[in-house]
Design a protein around this ligand. Structure first.
Ligand code: NDP
Length: 408
């Protein structure tokens, strides 16, 4: 028996809750026996609960909560008495939800690291600083259990366990080959997405992070099930945890594909100041341009119906082979269909590729396969049971050997 409390009711939450309900329906090991969902707007929780009921026959209890109000969060946790709180709200809520978990003595999981509202700086140190307090309280926090971060780290650790003794070079390739038919829209929360993309790029090289201007390095890559796409080097949070847990890494980079139309719109929006996060005065009120922009852009959860095509996200790693056969390069990836994701859960592929790993991370914790006291990253656990569940629950992966290290 395990009760779970999910916070946030966007696309990622919707997929995760549908997946938890499928597991409950199939009677898998007694996990997710009671599913509770709370968010700022209760009607969004109710809409998810109705869809889950229709698709799986399972009940989801819903609540309204402002997750930044720690006492209210503690009250809700005490009322629901979950074994685990799954934070699928926004990165800004990570710390208040962790505070509430500490006070109520409950395990915690999220998919994105904390970011202060007034600084586009996503780094793990704020959450790593909770380690001792979680350890003393005898509870566990699992950070970044989405696709990237999340599966990308699990893929890397699987290669390190089964194929490579050391990893010298690592490239994470995130391709969204989906077409939503809109001139400009983001596939997850626009505010978080645009803050991430307009930040300076950073990659790991010879023991330190090297910073370059945003979107200044790009290369074309031919993605299976998508075709050739321009991908841009950018900073992504798993580079911080991977470089910590794989100390021999000489170079680690993160790449994401963007179409020319997307870049054109983003450049214009940046040039006119619409992506700024400093408040400006508008009709006597303080507004943040990026938040206003997010309010006028299409809502990511509305894109599912029209999105076609595939995502293809994976990791290319080069290092010394485990079997002593010299240096080897492996490419491990998942291809996910937007249409199939929508058919199954009513959400597009980017929400699907994040919501499924959030469910799997929760299953790892509730089923006792991943456990510990303190704050942990995905790299610190055995990748095998997680990889098995990816295959079983909609995100099958493949691995192949390449002729040599990447040439870009
Ligand atoms: P959405 O913006 O669609 O959903 C966020 C939800 O959080 C909304 O329901 C929102 O409520 C709710 N929320 C916001 N503030 C609060 C608050 N103070 N209290 C309670 N609820 C709140 O985002 P997504 O579903 O696209 O993304 C969810 C998370 O997943 C984000 O943190 C995102 O960064 C992360 N992510 C991770 C990825 C990965 O691969 N690791 C990839 C994609 C996303 P309301 O509806 O009222 O606005």
């Amino acid at each position: 028996m395990s009760t779970v409390l999910v916070i946030g009711a966007g696309g990622v939450s919707s997929v995760c809750v549908h997946k938890m309900a499928q597991i409950k329906r199939d009677g898998n090991g007694g996990i997710f026996t009671d599913i509770h969902l709370a968010s700022r707007t209760k009607s969004k929780c109710d809409a998810i609960a109705a869809s889950v009921k229709e698709r799986t026959g399972q009940d989801v209890a819903t609540y309204e909560i402002d997750a930044e109000e720690v006492p209210a969060m503690v009250n809700l946790i005490r009322k629901v008495q979950p074994s685990l709180v799954v934070n699928l709200a926004l990165p800004y809520q990570d710390l208040p939800i962790m505070d509430a978990c500490l006070e109520a003595g409950v395990h915690y999981l999220d998919t994105a690291n904390y970011e202060p509202k007034d600084e586009a700086k996503f780094e793990y140190h704020w959450q790593w600083a909770y380690h001792d307090r979680f350890k003393e309280a005898g509870i566990m926090a699992l950070l970044g259990s989405g696709f990237d971060p999340g599966v990308t780290s699990v893929f890397t650790m699987w290669l390190k366990k089964h194929k490579l003794k050391t990893i010298r070079q690592l490239d994470i390739l995130d391709c969204n080959g989906g077409d939503h038919g809109q001139a400009f829209a983001t596939n997850f929360n626009p505010e978080i997405n645009i803050r991430e993309i307009t930040a300076n790029a950073r990659h790991w090289e010879n023991g330190e992070f090297v910073e370059t201007p945003a979107l200044s390095t790009s290369v074309e890559f031919d993605f299976e099930a998508v075709g050739p796409k321009n991908m841009y080097m950018m900073y992504h949070e798993e580079l911080e945890s991977l470089s910590k847990f794989i100390p021999e890494l000489e170079r680690a980079r993160f790449w994401m594909t963007f179409g020319d139309e997307y870049i054109k719109h983003l450049t214009v929006l940046q040039n006119v100041g619409m992506t700024g996060i400093e408040p400006i005065k508008y009709q006597g009120k303080d507004i943040i341009p990026l938040q206003f922009l997010a309010a006028v852009l299409p809502k990511p959860e509305t894109l599912g119906e029209t999105t076609t095509g595939n995502t293809n996200i994976g990791v290319i790693a080069t290092g010394e082979a485990l079997d002593g056969s010299g240096e080897k390069t492996f490419y491990i990836n998942n291809i996910c269909s937007h249409e199939a994701a929508f058919e199954e859960t009513g959400n597009q592929g980017v929400s699907y590729t994040t919501g499924v790993p959030a469910m799997i991370g929760s299953a790892m914790m509730l089923g006792g396969k991943w456990s510990g006291d303190g704050v942990f990253n995905m790299e610190q656990f055995d990748p095998d049971p997680f990889m098995d569940m990816l295959n079983e629950h909609g995100l099958p992966w493949q691995v192949k050997e390449l002729d040599g290290p990447v040439g870009f």
